[in-house]
Design a protein. Structure first.
Length: 251
């Protein structure tokens, strides 16, 4: 039997969970315990009721999530919040959350894995937060059309292309999830292209005026990589099976 504490320690160390500072209230690490034993690992983007229910149905008892159960202050456990807790208790499901550490990580982070899948070579980083650069900067040695094709191969038609920059991009910023806080810093890095999850409507105008290629590929879709990588490594380390819990979120 694999002890919960052993898997938690492995995840803490591998993802630098407690070394990378996160938003106040994010509470990275083990958020909800089970009976102390793990037999199957799961990964889900969100700590939602449906992912919890599907994890229990899949006989998972340790679930790694990117967006955890807690974000700010105290909350009342009523309605759906109560249902979540009841599902965890009845299903003996532990929840482990890892947010910014799994964005910034240079090997198993969302940004790094997305860039690698697209064939973008690592070059630098940007968007410092509390001593850690969260964003990825890489080099590209092909055409914009080839980059768009690579994105299509990974995300299908589920991405938005705003192509106002070079037809032969060379320096690409990658920031999975929400790129709203970073798009205005992209130009300052010398990049000509920005790949992210989601933006706001007025960022179309900004991209046009700044002469940037911008690709919004979905908040959910761009943040499946880190949790999957951590779950896979933990499963291999402890000789367990793991499963990704999909929710088909279109956003």
């Amino acid at each position: 039997m694999i002890q919960l504490s052993d898997i938690v320690s492995f995840c803490d160390q591998r993802a630098n969970t407690h070394q990378v500072k996160d938003f106040s209230g994010a509470l990275n690490g083990l958020q909800f315990a089970n009976d102390g034993v793990v037999t199957k690992i799961g990964a889900a983007v969100d700590a939602g009721l449906v992912p919890f229910q599907r994890a229990v149905e899949a006989k998972i008892d340790f679930l790694i999530v990117h967006h955890g159960m807690f974000w700010s202050g105290a909350k009342r456990f009523v309605g759906p919040e109560y249902d979540k807790i009841r599902t965890l208790v009845d299903g003996n499901l532990a929840v482990y959350s890892c947010h910014l550490p799994l964005d910034a990580h240079t090997e198993i982070g969302n940004n790094a894995i997305l860039a690698k899948k697209l064939g973008i070579e690592p070059a630098d980083s940007f968007l410092p937060y509390e001593g850690t650069d969260i964003g990825f900067i890489g080099s590209w040695k092909s055409t914009r059309a080839d980059l768009r094709a690579a994105l299509k191969g990974l995300f299908g038609q589920k991405f938005s292309a705003m192509e106002f920059g070079s037809r032969a991009p060379t320096r690409i910023c990658v920031l999975t999830g929400s790129g709203a806080s970073a798009i205005e810093q992209v130009k300052a890095t010398g990049a000509d292209t920005f790949i992210t999850g989601e933006l706001r409507q007025h960022h179309y105008n900004y991209a046009q005026e700044a002469g940037l290629n911008v690709y919004a590929c979905g908040h959910y879709a761009t943040e499946t990589f880190g949790i999957s990588a951590l779950a896979a490594e933990a499963a291999k380390k402890f000789g367990l099976q793991w499963e990704f819990i999909k929710t088909d979120c279109p956003l």
